[in-house]
Design a protein around this ligand. Structure first.
Ligand code: ADP
Ligand code: MG
Length: 379
């Protein structure tokens, strides 16, 4: 066990690293962040930031020498980075699991091989693969780049071969996956924590709404039947076990015709798990710390129904949001990531809105966010 007082490291200095750092420091750990950016959200609250590229051998040697254990806050950490760190420090999550989630084709194949339902898909390595994939799959379909996609980036909806070819060319002919676009009843996610000894704990299911491919709102508890929610948590547990995962894993699921389909995994805390900070007895960043340090992994209690709404840079379009409008409402908790430049689509912060039930929390969240801008943004 790595106990309070020890130093832990995090690769990546974004908002996920920041919230991890804040939690770890609250619990008495020292935190070192590796990020090339001089103004990183996590670096601003860490004991120390090493400013270097993620493949800088000297910086990696320094990080692993300073830290008893190292974790990551984004999935595109080069595999070699984790391998180098692993030579002299504990590294979680395991590089093998991260590698699978970095590549959509590897991810879907892994899920299928282990018996999880996914959308029908085909791999597109080369232009010549497109015609056969279009014939084989129910359409419309979504073409997604295998690597480096996030917030709906690197995706195109296609209804025929010509559009698929066009999309493939536009993405620069990189390896892609073509998958059937399913008719979604809703989207949900489960954050699961798994310790080195195999102990697993899941958070309550979040019901997620996206706007323009970016998560907008998470509603907890998800407004789905109890049986389905239980199955979602069981599915996330089984995915973590199949990956032999250690750390915090987010599993995104679709509800299609009353059944669950796994969409994708993220090998880290997740935007849809930010509600846990204010609404649970243990939050997702504490689970990350606990699994990293070998502390007990416990099942979190949901303390209140909650709705999380993201605050994107768009909210700044007409000037600084009127924070006092949100803050005067009991039940609203504001989180800002300390980013200087509010660009459209950029995640600047979020609010957790607590109320007696999910629908009341949803109404509060909508009211609180709308009240901050002169031009209203409907949920
Ligand atoms: P990202 O890595 O950008 O989050 P996702 O694969 O999760 O990529 O896709 C982003 C969003 O696009 C999903 O949350 C969902 O709303 C929609 N989407 C993705 N795949 C499908 C699909 N097969 N059928 C229907 N909608 C989809
Ligand atoms: Mg996603």
């Amino acid at each position: 066990m790595i106990l309070p007082g020890a130093t832990v490291g995090v690769v990546g200095g974004g908002q996920l690293g920041r919230m991890f750092t804040l939690r770890a420091r609250t619990m008495g750990y020292k935190v070192v962040v590796l990020d090339p950016d001089t103004l990183s959200p996590a670096g601003a609250v860490a004991d120390r930031q090493i400013r270097a590229a993620y493949d800088d051998a000297r910086a990696l040697a320094e990080l692993s020498a300073t830290c008893a254990a190292v974790t990551t806050e984004f999935e595109n950490v080069p595999a070699t980075t984790l391998e180098i760190l692993g030579r002299s420090a504990i590294v979680r999550p395991p590089v093998s699991a991260v590698a699978i989630t970095q590549d959509r084709m590897a991810e879907k194949t892994f899920l299928r091989t282990h018996g999880f339902a996914t959308a029908p898909y085909r791999g597109i390595e080369d232009k010549r693969d497109i015609a056969e994939a279009i014939r084989a799959l129910p359409l419309p379909a979504i073409l997604k780049t295998n690597r480096l996609g996030y917030d709906g980036k690197g995706q195109a909806v296609v209804t025929n071969e010509a559009e698929a070819v066009q999309g493939f060319e536009r993405f620069g002919r990189v390896a892609c996956i073509l998958e059937t676009r399913l008719d979604l009843q809703c989207e949900v996610s489960v954050i699961v924590a798994r310790g080195a000894g195999g102990k697993v704990a899941t958070f309550p299911v979040a019901e997620n709404r996206h706007v323009s491919g970016i998560l907008d709102t998470s509603i907890v508890p998800a407004r789905i039947p109890d049986g389905l929610a239980t199955r979602a948590r069981e599915t996330a547990t089984k995915v973590a076990e199949a990956l032999d995962y250690v750390g915090v894993l987010a599993v995104e699921l679709f509800v299609v015709e009353g059944a669950l389909v796994v969409n994708e995994m993220a090998p880290r805390p997740h935007n849809s798990g930010h509600y846990t900070i204010d609404a649970c007895s243990v939050d997702q960043f504490e689970q990350q710390l606990r699994t990293l340090c070998g502390l007990p992994v416990v099942e979190p209690l949901l303390l209140s129904p909650v709705v999380m709404v993201n605050l994107l840079g768009d909210l700044w379009a007409a000037g600084e949001p009127r924070w006092e409008e949100a803050l005067k409402r009991p039940g609203v908790r504001l989180h800002l990531y300390g980013k200087a430049e509010p660009r459209p689509g950029r995640k600047m912060g979020h609010m957790n809105c607590l109320a007696a039930d999910a629908n009341a929390a949803l109404a509060l969240a909508q009211e609180a966010r709308d009240s901050m801008v002169t031009v209203s943004t409907a949920l």
